[in-house]
Design a binder for this molecule. Sequence first.
Ligand code: MMA
Ligand code: CA
Length: 201
Amino acid sequence: MVFYSFYTLTVVAALLVTCHALCKCPESSGLLKIFGMAGKGGLKEQPQLSVLPCSVDNKMRNVFGNLEHRISRLEGVLALNGKIKEVGEKLFSSNGKEVNFASALESCEKAGGTLATPANEEENEAVLGFVKHYNRYAYLGIKESENVGQFKSINDTPLNYTNWHKYEPSGKGTERCVEMYTDGTWNDKKCNANRLTICEF
Ligand code: MMA
Ligand code: CA
């Protein structure tokens, strides 16, 4: 009887410890280390971290943890090869093609993004990286509004950051698109010129 109770207690304690390890999920980060099957070795701790809450089934958390891990590896490879540049939450990329404004915007939108619209100096530098790499002026996601001389981002957010070249914008309603020069400054330009396509996602 005493042995049985001790055995029961041990099993319950072991279960509690396991559950504690699996279910522990700090409120602050929402991160959790997940244990999963790993080849011949059987159960092995994997460094997968999921942002999913503890309320989500552990198997599902492991699936998402794996996906997060695989996506971050792909992002690493793409960044290493200069295909993408990440700045904060934004990701910039270029297909290296020079087309008119409408075609550039269309190819960005088809890929699920929009034309690059630098919102601060760091983002401007990231876009400039592609301009320098291809040594081509690029269109930005900025257009002149109905009010001549007033430029707006194409997703209708106000332009809190600008980097106009000296004496630009100068078109006064005749140059409704914006290009980036190879020094990172901006110029208002006709929308039918062929310019490098750089998108943001
Ligand atoms: C071109 C054209 C303009 C720009 C001026 C600067 C002559 O026009 O690119 O948009 O403002 O050059 O000299
Ligand atoms: Ca101009």
